[in-house]
Design a protein around this ligand. Structure first.
Ligand code: NDP
Ligand code: 2IT
Length: 450
């Protein structure tokens, strides 16, 4: 490894030895930047790697709230404002018991490069809480969101930091958060949040954008080999926002999705999940808040606990890991390759472990890393901000067309950048370098204090 890169990486470990997923995300990016750093000495001269791996600001706060039994609970809230060289901090909020500073630093770091790739003027940030929405009543979720906003409101704004959803934060939570923000600040009609309801400032296609965008990205990768989505067999993991709309777009394009999962297990539907079954899943997950196991019982198909066997053991042409980080390990990547997988599009953030990524690249599988393949969500968030600034709305068709253009632009940027650095079809190197150069050059132009 390049000496400069190695010293920056080692100092990250020394400073925060427990932040394992952040180290993982940083190493993947740093390693792939080597050719760009060696080609131009200005990045080292300006200490860009030391600066770009350190968040501009990290806020941690207490969130006390009363549960249904009248007992006060205390959760931790965070906002990591990672980099604002290209625009206001932008990125989602995650509610999940595994949320820590380290997890949010990994997500915020990834977001910086992802947002740079979108072509839109957005910096990178991420936030959330270790609150577990599972088993909570609607009223508990509402009270929790209000208490979180009592602190978060002072750190966000349309020109400062614009949160959105992520795991555990969907339309319901954004509604409560935005309502609390309005009540506290007496400020309405701004793009301080994205993922809002379509009737109160949200953009059409934002709920669909990450899943649709991921499939558009895979479509672009397949095109480079004269292939298309039609008639492909697809395995999707997760059954939340990203998984649902990735499935919908696969159906639109004539592909067959045969599996979905949640944190307990996965269903295998060899006939394919059609529109009616998908509508049933959306009601199960978004309204009844049930488990994917119920799909197996309802449609009489196999349900397997993930602890017993992996969904990645299924034979498929396209794999779309869309649940969470590190959900595809080396063994699972090998199974997918042995079963002939052609393309992998990461709907989730960093779902494949580094060994798995190596296995896909060595086998010449088309591998779309999260920061490129799942950038459609934040891209339409950027379009929501643009519409809010104009006090105007675009039609579904207009937003979808812009999303497709953006995904094509991201693909072409990553593809061409990889080619320029002699790594044809390596979208990891292409996306990391392309995302990095824009941010690093902006930081240099803005002086050494940013
Ligand atoms: P949701 O909360 O809507 O769905 C998450 C899904 O992943 C659920 O099926 C959930 O199962 C499963 N899951 C969550 N944590 C784990 C875990 N530790 N192990 C196994 N399964 C798990 O979230 P999203 O669909 O929005 O997010 C999914 C991924 O996509 C995340 O990595 C997110 O960062 C990324 N992403 C999301 C974007 C967006 O716009 N929403 C944009 C770009 C990326 P269960 O219900 O059992 O917890
Ligand atoms: O990981 C992500 O890109 C998101 N969760 C979406 C962020 C956003 O601001 O729309």
């Amino acid at each position: 490894m390049d000496k400069y890169i190695e010293s920056v990486y080692n100092s990250l470990i020394e400073k925060d030895p427990h932040q394992k997923v952040f180290h993982q995300a940083a190493l993947e990016v740093l390693e792939s930047l080597e050719p760009a750093i060696q080609k131009n000495s200005k990045y080292q001269e300006h200490s860009i790697l030391e600066r770009i791996t350190e968040p501009e600001r990290l806020i941690q706060f207490r969130i006390p709230w009363k549960n249904r039994d009248g007992k006060i609970q205390v959760n931790r809230g965070f906002r990591v404002q990672f980099n604002s060289a290209l625009g206001p901090y932008k990125g989602g909020l995650r509610f999940h018991p595994t949320v820590t500073q380290g997890v949010l630093k990994f997500l915020g770091f990834e977001q910086v490069f992802k947002n740079s790739l979108t072509t839109l003027p957005m910096g990178g940030g991420k936030g959330g809480s270790d609150f577990d929405p599972k088993g909570k009543t609607d009223a508990e979720v509402e009270i929790f969101c209000e208490s979180l906003m009592f602190e978060l409101y002072r750190h966000i704004g349309q020109f400062i930091d614009v949160p959105a959803g992520d795991i555990g934060v969907g339309g319901r939570e954004i509604g409560y958060l935005y309502g609390a923000f309005r009540k506290i600040t007496n400020n309405h009609g701004t793009g301080v949040f994205t993922g809002k309801g379509a009737g109160w400032g949200g953009s059409l296609i934002r709920p669909e954008a990450t899943g649709y965008g991921c499939v558009y990205f895979v479509q672009e990768m397949l095109k480079t080999r004269g292939e298309e989505m039609k008639d492909k067999t697809v395995v999707v993991s997760g059954s939340g926002n990203v998984a649902q709309y990735a499935t919908e777009k696969c159906i639109d394009l004539g592909a067959k999705v045969i599996a979905l999962s949640d944190s307990n297990g996965w269903i295998h539907d060899p006939d394919g999940i059609d529109r009616d079954k998908l509508a049933w899943v959306m009601d199960l997950k978004n309204v009844r808040r049930g488990r994917i196991k119920e799909y197996g019982e309802h449609f009489k198909v196999d349900y397997t606990e993930t602890a017993k066997a992996s969904p990645w053991s299924l034979k498929c042409d396209v794999a779309l890991p869309s649940a969470t980080q590190n959900e595809v390990d080396g063994k699972e990547a090998k199974m997918l390759v042995d079963n002939g997988v052609m393309a992998v599009g990461e709907g989730a953030n960093m779902p494949t472990v580094p060994e798995g990524v190596e296995i896909f690249l060595e086998a010449n599988v088309l591998f779309g890393p999260g920061k490129a393949a799942n950038a459609g969500g934040v891209s339409v968030s950027g379009l929501e901000m643009a519409q809010n600034s104009q006090r105007f709305f675009w039609t579904r068709e207009e937003v979808d067309a812009k999303l497709q253009q953006i995904m094509q632009a991201i693909h072409s940027n990553a593809y061409k950048t990889a080619e320029k650095f002699d790594k044809k079809s390596n979208y990891v190197i292409g996306a990391n370098i392309a995302g990095f150069l824009k941010v690093a050059d902006a930081m240099i132009a803005q002086g050494h204090r940013v």
